[in-house]
Design a binder for this molecule. Structure first.
Ligand SMILES: Cc1ncc(COP(=O)(O)O)c(C=O)c1O
Length: 414
């Protein structure tokens, strides 16, 4: 017999077990709010919460305390007034385009962006009557010439995936402001540790959360930060489209965020070291790495600009090309896999070093001609340098490169 409810049957008591009372001593780490719905005392309270007069939550799809905590943490680090999280990076990027653009509007996007964004711009948005132009955002005159009366938004990646292109953000911000168009920056590769576009004057900044912000390849999600009025528009659409982040993922991403500064310092130190190692790598006197693309290398096309924009370091992402096209890349990936330490995993920014193959993963849906136009060649490998001992990373890359067929011999044999 339950002494508190002696009159209730077992069935009723069982169905109502587990009422949660917040402890009077708050936990150091926020709990995970794994509840789809919240309780109200009456209609006045529902109205007050709906209208934002009272802090509270109604339904998981519209947000939970875990979402709010992560959003204010990221907005704070970005120097932005507000942020909204969504189910993935693509959820917030599509949510941004779909909520800020109408049929007939025109959007400009850099041509070297993540494959999903590229597809959204080249296929999905035009099918909805939104006109799109892919431009070279390093060519300011070309960007200016592409702006039309209906242009509403310009979207760029601060350090592009996978070509590591760096755009002149201050100049693009000035251009966008002059033409009264919105500028959104995907800063997934840079993170607010290295670059804070909203503080510089951009309207919006977005990230894929499983990358550096979460940092451990465990939590999915996306986030976009900016002015409150823009974020509120995007928030209501993300909720309507049902692109909600799971509270567990929000909670995990928050734990990762706490070590962002430490990790980015280590990723940047190691990234620069490994880029230099690859750039001077040669095998029996013949180059086994044909080109290395890292903003911190002096020969990078935007190196001087990158030095100005990223005084704290250039992050841990780089791309390089092995000889022999797809079969050369496959030989390298197989050699790495046999060594068993650096994983071929088509994501990035984990604490451990991983490699990916853009032509077969992130940029798979592009045609060969589209890939060739932006430099995603069949021999291109994308390397996400982790926070391990840098000599160990180089030793594994060295072993995998040495295990590849001699490129000169391979040429003779074909
Ligand atoms: C630069 C960049 N932006 C956006 C995305 C999309 O993010 P998500 O995979 O979380 O949808 C990715 C994914 O790799 C990315 O690299």
């Amino acid at each position: 017999m339950d002494p508190q409810h002696p009159q209730l049957t077992f069935e009723t008591r069982a169905a109502r077990v587990g009422e949660w009372r917040p402890p009077t001593t708050p936990s150091l780490v926020e709990p995970i709010y794994q509840s789809t719905v919240y309780k109200f005392t009456g209609l006045d309270q529902v109205d007050a919460v709906q209208e934002g007069r009272e802090t509270g939550y109604i339904y998981y799809r519209n947000g939970t305390p875990n979402h709010t905590t992560l959003e204010s943490a990221i907005a704070g680090l970005e120097g932005a007034a507000a942020a909204v999280v969504g189910a993935s990076g693509m959820a917030v990027i599509s949510g941004m385009f779909l909520s800020l653009l109408r049929p007939g509007d025109h959007v400009l996007c850099d041509r070297v962006v993540y494959g999903g964004t590229y597809n959204l711009l080249s296929k999905e948005l035009p099918a909805l009557g939104i006109e799109t132009s892919l431009v070279d955002a390093t060519d300011l005159a070309a960007v200016a010439a592409s702006i039309r009366p209906g242009t509403r938004l310009l979207h760029v990646e601060a350090i592009s995936n996978p070509m590591m292109q760096v755009v002149d953000l201050p100049a693009l911000i000035a251009l966008a402001q002059r033409h009264n168009i919105l500028l959104s920056v995907d800063a997934t590769f840079a993170t607010p540790y290295l670059l804070r576009p909203v503080e510089m004057g951009a309207d919006l900044v977005c990230h894929s959360l499983p990358k550096y912000l979460g940092g451990h390849s465990a939590a999915m999600g996306g986030v976009i930060s900016g002015r409150a009025e823009l974020i509120n528009i995007i928030r209501s659409k993300l909720s309507l489209y049902g692109a909600t982040l799971a509270p567990f993922d929000a909670w995990m991403a928050l734990q990762g965020l706490k070590t962002l500064a430490l990790r980015m310092r280590a990723h940047s130190d190691n990234g620069a070291y490994v880029a230099q190692f690859l750039a001077r790598h040669s095998w029996r006197g013949h180059p086994s790495v044909m080109r290395v693309i890292y903003p911190g290398l002096p020969h990078h096309q935007q190196h001087t600009l990158a030095q100005r924009l990223f005084p704290q370091g250039f992050g841990g992402m780089l791309s390089f090309e092995v000889p022999g096209g797809r079969s050369g890349a496959d030989a390298f990936l197989r050699a790495l896999s046999a060594i068993g330490s650096i994983s071929f995993s088509p994501s990035l920014a984990d604490v451990s070093t991983t490699v990916s193959y853009p032509a077969g993963t992130s940029h798979r849906l592009l045609s060969e001609a589209q890939r060739a136009a932006i430099g995603v060649t069949p021999g291109l490998i994308r390397l996400s340098v982790g926070i391990e001992d840098k000599e160990d990373i180089c030793a594994d890359l060295d072993r995998a490169l040495a295990a590849m067929p001699n490129p000169i011999q391979a040429q003779h044999n074909t």
